[in-house]
Write a protein that binds this ligand. Structure first.
Ligand SMILES: Nc1ncnc2c1ncn2[C@@H]1O[C@H](COP(=O)(O)OP(=O)(O)O)[C@@H](O)[C@H]1O
Ligand SMILES: [Mg+2]
Length: 248
Protein backbone atom coordinates (compact mmCIF):
# COMPACT_ATOMS: atom_id res chain seq x y z
CA UNK A 1 0.00 0.00 0.00
CA UNK A 2 1.36 3.43 -0.95
CA UNK A 3 -0.92 5.61 1.18
CA UNK A 4 -3.03 4.68 4.17
CA UNK A 5 -4.94 7.45 5.92
CA UNK A 6 -6.83 6.51 9.04
CA UNK A 7 -9.31 8.66 10.92
CA UNK A 8 -7.47 11.87 10.02
CA UNK A 9 -8.55 15.01 11.82
CA UNK A 10 -7.08 18.40 10.97
CA UNK A 11 -7.85 22.02 11.62
CA UNK A 12 -6.98 25.40 10.17
CA UNK A 13 -6.97 28.46 12.41
CA UNK A 14 -8.59 26.38 15.15
CA UNK A 15 -11.42 25.38 12.81
CA UNK A 16 -11.87 21.61 12.33
CA UNK A 17 -11.90 20.81 8.60
CA UNK A 18 -11.01 17.13 8.26
CA UNK A 19 -13.15 15.03 10.57
CA UNK A 20 -12.21 11.38 10.61
CA UNK A 21 -11.08 10.91 7.02
CA UNK A 22 -9.93 7.43 6.00
CA UNK A 23 -8.56 6.48 2.58
CA UNK A 24 -6.23 3.77 1.27
CA UNK A 25 -4.41 3.77 -2.07
CA UNK A 26 -2.46 0.82 -3.42
CA UNK A 27 0.55 1.09 -5.70
CA UNK A 28 -0.56 1.27 -9.33
CA UNK A 29 -4.02 2.69 -8.61
CA UNK A 30 -5.67 5.93 -9.71
CA UNK A 31 -8.21 7.33 -7.25
CA UNK A 32 -10.47 10.33 -7.73
CA UNK A 33 -11.94 12.48 -4.98
CA UNK A 34 -14.99 14.57 -5.78
CA UNK A 35 -17.08 16.66 -3.44
CA UNK A 36 -18.79 19.98 -2.87
CA UNK A 37 -16.89 23.25 -2.47
CA UNK A 38 -15.52 23.72 1.01
CA UNK A 39 -15.63 20.00 1.81
CA UNK A 40 -11.90 19.88 2.66
CA UNK A 41 -10.41 18.48 -0.56
CA UNK A 42 -7.63 21.05 -0.86
CA UNK A 43 -7.10 20.90 2.90
CA UNK A 44 -6.45 17.16 2.58
CA UNK A 45 -3.75 17.72 -0.04
CA UNK A 46 -2.14 20.50 2.05
CA UNK A 47 -2.16 18.36 5.19
CA UNK A 48 -0.55 15.46 3.32
CA UNK A 49 2.03 17.84 1.87
CA UNK A 50 2.81 19.28 5.31
CA UNK A 51 1.81 22.88 4.67
CA UNK A 52 2.32 25.11 7.73
CA UNK A 53 -0.90 26.22 9.43
CA UNK A 54 -2.70 22.94 8.76
CA UNK A 55 -2.65 21.18 12.10
CA UNK A 56 -3.27 17.46 12.45
CA UNK A 57 -5.27 16.82 15.61
CA UNK A 58 -5.84 13.10 15.24
CA UNK A 59 -5.42 9.99 13.13
CA UNK A 60 -2.53 8.81 11.00
CA UNK A 61 -1.14 8.77 7.48
CA UNK A 62 1.38 6.19 6.31
CA UNK A 63 3.20 6.75 3.03
CA UNK A 64 5.16 3.89 1.51
CA UNK A 65 5.63 2.39 4.99
CA UNK A 66 6.71 5.62 6.70
CA UNK A 67 4.83 7.84 9.13
CA UNK A 68 4.09 10.64 6.67
CA UNK A 69 3.01 13.15 9.31
CA UNK A 70 6.36 12.86 11.10
CA UNK A 71 8.28 13.97 7.99
CA UNK A 72 9.13 17.55 7.01
CA UNK A 73 7.62 18.73 3.71
CA UNK A 74 10.92 18.34 1.84
CA UNK A 75 11.33 14.83 3.23
CA UNK A 76 7.84 13.95 2.02
CA UNK A 77 8.81 15.15 -1.45
CA UNK A 78 12.05 13.18 -1.40
CA UNK A 79 10.09 10.09 -0.32
CA UNK A 80 8.10 10.41 -3.57
CA UNK A 81 5.07 12.58 -2.80
CA UNK A 82 4.15 15.24 -5.38
CA UNK A 83 1.45 17.87 -4.97
CA UNK A 84 -0.10 19.69 -7.89
CA UNK A 85 -1.84 22.84 -6.78
CA UNK A 86 -5.27 24.21 -7.57
CA UNK A 87 -3.57 27.59 -7.86
CA UNK A 88 0.10 27.14 -8.89
CA UNK A 89 2.33 29.76 -7.26
CA UNK A 90 4.41 32.30 -9.16
CA UNK A 91 8.05 32.69 -8.11
CA UNK A 92 9.44 35.93 -9.56
CA UNK A 93 13.22 36.00 -9.99
CA UNK A 94 13.69 32.22 -10.06
CA UNK A 95 13.76 30.51 -13.43
CA UNK A 96 11.91 27.26 -13.97
CA UNK A 97 15.07 25.34 -14.85
CA UNK A 98 16.93 26.70 -11.83
CA UNK A 99 14.03 25.86 -9.54
CA UNK A 100 13.55 22.37 -10.92
CA UNK A 101 17.22 21.45 -10.89
CA UNK A 102 17.55 22.61 -7.28
CA UNK A 103 14.39 20.73 -6.29
CA UNK A 104 15.40 17.53 -8.06
CA UNK A 105 18.97 17.53 -6.77
CA UNK A 106 17.89 18.34 -3.21
CA UNK A 107 15.58 15.32 -3.34
CA UNK A 108 18.29 13.11 -4.85
CA UNK A 109 20.69 14.17 -2.11
CA UNK A 110 18.20 13.25 0.63
CA UNK A 111 17.83 9.85 -1.03
CA UNK A 112 21.60 9.41 -1.14
CA UNK A 113 21.77 9.76 -4.93
CA UNK A 114 24.28 11.75 -6.98
CA UNK A 115 23.15 15.15 -8.30
CA UNK A 116 22.26 15.35 -11.99
CA UNK A 117 24.78 17.30 -14.07
CA UNK A 118 23.70 20.45 -15.91
CA UNK A 119 23.71 18.63 -19.25
CA UNK A 120 21.77 15.60 -18.04
CA UNK A 121 19.26 17.84 -16.32
CA UNK A 122 18.69 19.95 -19.44
CA UNK A 123 18.13 16.83 -21.53
CA UNK A 124 15.57 15.59 -19.01
CA UNK A 125 13.85 18.98 -18.83
CA UNK A 126 13.77 19.38 -22.62
CA UNK A 127 12.16 15.94 -23.04
CA UNK A 128 9.43 16.72 -20.52
CA UNK A 129 8.79 20.22 -21.90
CA UNK A 130 8.51 18.85 -25.45
CA UNK A 131 6.02 16.21 -24.32
CA UNK A 132 3.84 18.87 -22.70
CA UNK A 133 4.13 21.38 -25.54
CA UNK A 134 6.08 23.99 -23.54
CA UNK A 135 9.06 25.67 -25.17
CA UNK A 136 12.49 25.83 -23.54
CA UNK A 137 11.99 29.61 -23.50
CA UNK A 138 9.10 29.08 -21.10
CA UNK A 139 11.30 26.87 -18.93
CA UNK A 140 13.87 29.63 -18.71
CA UNK A 141 11.33 32.20 -17.57
CA UNK A 142 10.55 32.83 -13.86
CA UNK A 143 8.32 30.09 -12.43
CA UNK A 144 4.73 30.66 -13.62
CA UNK A 145 5.13 34.44 -13.85
CA UNK A 146 2.85 35.69 -16.62
CA UNK A 147 1.85 32.13 -17.56
CA UNK A 148 -1.76 31.53 -18.60
CA UNK A 149 -3.84 29.12 -16.53
CA UNK A 150 -3.20 26.37 -19.07
CA UNK A 151 0.54 27.05 -19.19
CA UNK A 152 0.75 26.86 -15.40
CA UNK A 153 -0.91 23.44 -15.43
CA UNK A 154 1.34 22.21 -18.24
CA UNK A 155 4.30 23.51 -16.30
CA UNK A 156 3.18 21.55 -13.25
CA UNK A 157 3.16 18.41 -15.38
CA UNK A 158 6.70 19.21 -16.58
CA UNK A 159 7.68 19.49 -12.91
CA UNK A 160 5.98 16.18 -12.20
CA UNK A 161 7.75 14.49 -15.11
CA UNK A 162 11.13 15.70 -13.92
CA UNK A 163 10.52 14.86 -10.25
CA UNK A 164 9.04 11.46 -11.21
CA UNK A 165 7.10 10.87 -7.96
CA UNK A 166 5.54 7.68 -6.56
CA UNK A 167 2.28 9.36 -5.64
CA UNK A 168 0.88 12.48 -7.29
CA UNK A 169 -1.97 14.36 -5.63
CA UNK A 170 -3.43 16.65 -8.26
CA UNK A 171 -5.86 19.29 -7.02
CA UNK A 172 -8.22 20.46 -9.76
CA UNK A 173 -5.54 20.11 -12.39
CA UNK A 174 -8.34 20.38 -14.96
CA UNK A 175 -9.67 23.74 -13.74
CA UNK A 176 -9.28 26.54 -16.24
CA UNK A 177 -8.09 24.29 -19.07
CA UNK A 178 -9.50 24.45 -22.57
CA UNK A 179 -10.29 21.20 -24.38
CA UNK A 180 -6.88 20.86 -26.04
CA UNK A 181 -4.93 21.70 -22.89
CA UNK A 182 -7.04 19.22 -20.91
CA UNK A 183 -6.07 16.48 -23.35
CA UNK A 184 -2.38 17.39 -23.27
CA UNK A 185 -2.31 17.55 -19.47
CA UNK A 186 -4.24 14.27 -19.17
CA UNK A 187 -1.86 12.56 -21.55
CA UNK A 188 0.97 13.90 -19.40
CA UNK A 189 -0.55 12.38 -16.27
CA UNK A 190 -1.00 9.02 -18.00
CA UNK A 191 2.48 9.02 -19.52
CA UNK A 192 4.26 9.97 -16.29
CA UNK A 193 2.14 8.18 -13.69
CA UNK A 194 0.43 5.21 -15.34
CA UNK A 195 3.34 2.91 -14.52
CA UNK A 196 3.68 -0.04 -12.18
CA UNK A 197 4.22 1.10 -8.61
CA UNK A 198 2.94 4.65 -9.20
CA UNK A 199 -0.34 6.05 -7.92
CA UNK A 200 -2.45 9.14 -8.50
CA UNK A 201 -5.04 10.93 -6.40
CA UNK A 202 -7.09 13.24 -8.62
CA UNK A 203 -9.22 15.90 -7.01
CA UNK A 204 -11.78 17.08 -9.52
CA UNK A 205 -15.34 18.26 -10.05
CA UNK A 206 -15.69 16.98 -13.56
CA UNK A 207 -16.09 13.70 -15.36
CA UNK A 208 -14.19 15.17 -18.36
CA UNK A 209 -10.80 14.62 -16.72
CA UNK A 210 -11.81 11.11 -15.70
CA UNK A 211 -12.64 10.27 -19.32
CA UNK A 212 -8.93 10.71 -20.04
CA UNK A 213 -7.32 9.60 -16.78
CA UNK A 214 -9.47 6.64 -15.86
CA UNK A 215 -9.81 6.14 -12.11
CA UNK A 216 -9.95 2.72 -10.47
CA UNK A 217 -11.85 4.16 -7.51
CA UNK A 218 -13.96 7.27 -6.91
CA UNK A 219 -14.65 8.78 -3.48
CA UNK A 220 -17.00 11.49 -2.30
CA UNK A 221 -15.55 13.86 0.29
CA UNK A 222 -18.18 15.81 2.18
CA UNK A 223 -17.89 17.71 5.47
CA UNK A 224 -14.35 16.55 6.08
CA UNK A 225 -14.56 12.83 5.47
CA UNK A 226 -15.08 10.22 2.78
CA UNK A 227 -18.80 9.52 2.81
CA UNK A 228 -19.02 7.21 -0.19
CA UNK A 229 -16.64 5.17 -2.35
CA UNK A 230 -17.16 3.25 -5.54
CA UNK A 231 -15.86 2.53 -9.00
CA UNK A 232 -15.72 4.86 -12.03
CA UNK A 233 -19.51 4.70 -12.33
CA UNK A 234 -19.83 6.73 -9.12
CA UNK A 235 -18.43 9.80 -10.92
CA UNK A 236 -21.10 9.48 -13.59
CA UNK A 237 -23.78 9.09 -10.95
CA UNK A 238 -22.52 12.24 -9.20
CA UNK A 239 -22.57 14.20 -12.43
CA UNK A 240 -26.13 13.06 -13.11
CA UNK A 241 -27.58 13.48 -9.68
CA UNK A 242 -25.41 15.92 -7.74
CA UNK A 243 -23.52 15.57 -4.50
CA UNK A 244 -26.46 16.18 -2.19
CA UNK A 245 -28.42 13.30 -3.69
CA UNK A 246 -25.59 10.77 -3.90
CA UNK A 247 -23.90 11.49 -0.59
CA UNK A 248 -27.10 11.76 1.43
N1 LIG B 1 -6.43 29.21 5.66
C1 LIG B 1 -7.69 29.00 6.04
N2 LIG B 1 -8.23 29.70 7.07
C2 LIG B 1 -9.52 29.47 7.45
N3 LIG B 1 -10.33 28.58 6.87
C3 LIG B 1 -9.84 27.87 5.85
C4 LIG B 1 -8.51 28.04 5.38
N4 LIG B 1 -8.31 27.17 4.35
C5 LIG B 1 -9.46 26.51 4.20
N5 LIG B 1 -10.38 26.93 5.10
C6 LIG B 1 -11.77 26.47 5.20
O1 LIG B 1 -11.75 25.05 5.18
C7 LIG B 1 -12.87 24.54 4.48
C8 LIG B 1 -12.39 23.58 3.41
O2 LIG B 1 -11.68 24.28 2.40
P1 LIG B 1 -10.98 23.52 1.18
O3 LIG B 1 -10.13 22.43 1.71
O4 LIG B 1 -10.31 24.57 0.36
O5 LIG B 1 -12.24 22.93 0.43
P2 LIG B 1 -12.37 22.33 -1.05
O6 LIG B 1 -11.02 22.24 -1.65
O7 LIG B 1 -13.04 21.02 -0.86
O8 LIG B 1 -13.27 23.28 -1.80
C9 LIG B 1 -13.62 25.76 3.94
O9 LIG B 1 -14.69 26.01 4.81
C10 LIG B 1 -12.60 26.85 4.00
O10 LIG B 1 -13.20 28.11 4.18
MG1 LIG C 1 -10.11 23.03 -3.32
Amino acid sequence: MILKIENLNAEVDGKPILKGLSLSINAGEVHAIMGPNGAGKSTLSYVLGGRPGYEVTGGSATFDGQDLLALDPHERAAAGLFLGFQYPVEIPGVSNVQFLREALNAQRKLRGEEPLSGGDFLRLARGQADALGLSMDMLKRPVNVGFSGGEKKRNEMVQMGIIDPKLAILDETDSGLDIDALRVVSEGINRIMRKPGKSVLLITHYQRLLDYVKPDFVHVLAAGRIVKSGGPELALELEREGYAQVAA
